[in-house]
Design a binder for this molecule. Structure first.
Ligand SMILES: Nc1nc2c(c(=O)[nH]1)N[C@H]1C(S)=C(S)[C@@H](COP(=O)(O)O)O[C@H]1N2
Ligand SMILES: [Mo]
Length: 441
C-alpha cells in the first residue's frame, strides 16, 4: 500500500516556478523514452504507401485466396496490424509491476467505450485468479440480517447496465509542477469508460436491512492488498452497483473478476475490485493503512479529505504526441474526450491559440451522466504555420468549468497528487509535431 502516494515523490519534475512566463515542455529524457515506447517499433497503421501488388487496379492478395474459417479463433482478438494498440506502463513510476499502473491508449480509441483488453489497470497487490465458485460477499455491521452472497445469489437479483467512466484520481498527477509525460496515454490514460452490469447496492441493503445509525460502509477487496475504502452509505444507496459484467462479458481478471464495486463519478480507488466484504458502520474507518482515504495537500498546509468526486475534465486525443500532423495539411478533425463525476457534459470549447479564442465543439450522442463524452471540431491546418496551442475546456451540467493550470495552482498549489483537472495544452509545431506543454494564463 502507499504506492499511489509514492508515485508523487518518485516523480521527476520540471521548473517548479509556475509564474515563469513562457512554455514549459515535457522533460527531454522522458520525451525520448515515451516516444520510443509509443512508436512500438512500427509506423502508424492505415497510412499511405503499402504493397503496390495489393493496390488498384490490382486485385488484392486477400481476394485471390480463401481466408481463415470460423472459430479459427474461438475468442476473437484485434487484427495483428493493430498490435501497437496496447496498455503501457512507466518503468520509473513504481518499484515493480505488482503495485503499479498501466495506461489506456486513449489516442487509439473511437467513440466512448474502452475495449476490455485496453482498460488501464491499477492494483496494489497484483491481480488474483479468483474461482467464481469460491467467491463470497459478506455484508455485516449495522445491518438487521448479516448475509453472505454467492455469485449465483447476485445474478438472480434484479440487475442494471450503466455506462460510466472510471478514472484514478492520480490521473494527471505527474503534471502538477509542469508538463512531464509525452503522450496522452500517460497524461490522461488512467481513464476508461465501460458498460457495467450488476446489482444495485440498494437491493443488497434491502435484503440485509440497515440499522438507524448506519451511515458509512467499508468496502474491502479480496486481493493481497485488501484495499478498503470508506464510503457514505447514501452514495451506495443512490447509484452504486456490484458489477460482474463489463462491456457485455464477465469482468476481466484485471478489473476485479468476478465482482467489483462501481461508484459512478467517484475516484477510481473506491471502485473496490475482487470485493469480499461490506461492513456497515456509523463513521469512516481510519485505523489501518489499507483503509486510508486519499487527501489533497493545500498550500496552507491543510489537507482536503473525502474529495471523492472527479470533477469536470477533458483532453484532446487527436492530434496529440502519439498522433502528430506530419503530412496531414488541410482538413483536420480535432477529437477528444470530456467527462464529469457530477453529471453530464454540457459543452466543450476548443482553442488553437492557447485560450485567447474558443469555438464550441460538437458532442457525440449519447451524452451520458458520469460517462466519457466524445467531442469533435473541424480545423484547417497548414504545414509551416503556427505554432498552435491546442486546448479543450469542458463545462458540465452543474455549470462547473474546467480550470486553467494557473487557476488550479492558485487554489491547490503544487503539492497535490490527486484531482488535477487542469485545461491541458498540446503544442502543434510548424512541422506538425505535437508536444505536451504548459503555458501561462
Ligand atoms: N481490491 C482492490 N481494488 C482496487 C484496487 C486494488 O489495488 N485492489 N485499486 C484501486 C484503484 S487505486 C483504482 S484507480 C481502480 C482501478 O481500476 P482498474 O484496475 O479496473 O482500472 O481500482 C481500485 N480498486
Ligand atoms: Mo487509483
Amino acid at each position: 500500500m502507499g504506492s499511489e502516494m509514492d508515485m508523487g515523490s518518485e516523480m521527476e519534475r520540471n521548473d517548479p516556478n509556475p509564474s515563469r512566463r513562457g512554455v514549459l515542455r515535457a522533460g527531454a529524457k522522458l520525451a525520448a523514452a515515451a516516444a520510443a515506447a509509443l512508436s512500438g517499433g512500427r509506423a502508424v497503421a492505415g497510412g499511405n504507401g503499402g504493397n503496390p501488388e495489393n493496390l488498384p487496379p490490382n486485385l488484392p492478395e486477400w481476394g485471390r485466396t480463401l481466408g481463415a474459417g470460423v472459430i479459427e479463433e474461438p475468442y476473437g482478438t484485434p487484427s495483428r496490424h493493430e498490435a501497437h494498440v496496447v496498455r503501457r506502463y512507466v518503468p520509473w513510476l513504481t518499484a515493480d509491476r505488482i503495485g503499479s499502473v498501466s495506461f489506456t491508449p486513449l489516442a487509439e480509441l473511437h467513440g466512448i467505450i474502452t475495449p476490455n483488453g485496453l482498460c488501464f489497470e491499477r492494483h496494489h497487490g497484483g491481480y488474483p485468479d479468483v474461482d467464481p465458485n469460491d467467491w463470497r460477499l459478506m455484508v455485516h455491521g449495522l445491518v438487521d440480517r448479516p448475509k453472505i452472497f454467492t455469485l449465483q445469489d447476485l445474478m438472480r437479483m434484479p440487475t442494471v447496465s450503466r455506462i460510466h467512466f472510471l478514472e484514478c484520481p492520480a490521473n494527471g498527477g505527474m503534471e502538477w509542477r509542469g508538463a512531464q509525460m509525452s503522450g496522452v496515454q500517460f497524461t490522461h490514460g488512467m481513464l476508461m469508460c465501460c458498460e457495467w452490469t450488476g446489482v444495485q447496492l440498494k437491493h443488497i441493503f434491502a435484503e440485509t436491512g440497515l440499522k438507524p445509525n448506519a451511515s458509512w460502509v467499508l468496502a474491502e477487496g479480496g486481493d493481497a492488498s485488501h484495499l478498503s475504502r470508506s464510503l457514505p452509505i447514501a452514495k451506495l444507496l443512490d447509484d452504486c452497483i456490484l458489477a460482474f459484467g463489463q462491456n457485455g462479458e464477465m469482468l476481466r481478471p484485471q478489473q476485479g473478476y468476478p465482482v467489483r464495486l462501481v461508484v459512478p463519478g467517484y475516484e477510481g480507488n473506491v471502485w473496490i475490485k475482487w470485493i469480499r466484504r461490506l461492513e456497515v458502520g456509523d463513521r469512516p474507518w481510519y485505523h489501518r493503512a489499507e483503509t486510508r482515504t486519499y487527501t489533497d495537500l493545500l498550500p496552507s498546509g491543510k489537507a482536503r479529505q473525502f474529495t471523492f468526486i472527479n470533477e469536470v475534465n477533458s483532453v484532446i486525443t487527436y492530434p496529440c504526441p502519439e498522433k502528430p500532423l506530419h503530412g496531414k495539411a488541410g482538413f483536420v478533425e480535432i477529437k477528444g474526450l470530456a467527462w464529469s463525476g457530477l453529471g453530464k457534459i454540457a459543452r466543450v470549447d476548443v482553442s488553437v491559440d492557447g485560450g485567447d479564442t474558443w469555438r464550441t465543439a460538437e458532442l457525440q450522442e449519447p451524452v451520458l451522466s458520469k460517462a466519457l463524452t466524445r467531442f469533435r471540431i473541424p480545423w484547417e491546418w497548414r504545414e509551416g504555420t503556427g505554432p498552435f496551442y491546442l486546448q479543450s475546456r469542458a463545462i458540465d451540467e452543474t455549470g462547473r468549468v474546467q480550470p486553467s493550470v494557473h487557476a488550479l495552482r492558485e487554489v491547490r498549489g503544487v503539492e497535490s497528487i490527486y484531482h488535477n483537472n487542469r485545461i491541458h495544452t498540446w503544442l502543434v509545431e510548424k512541422d506538425g509535431t505535437v508536444v505536451n506543454v504548459q503555458i501561462d494564463g
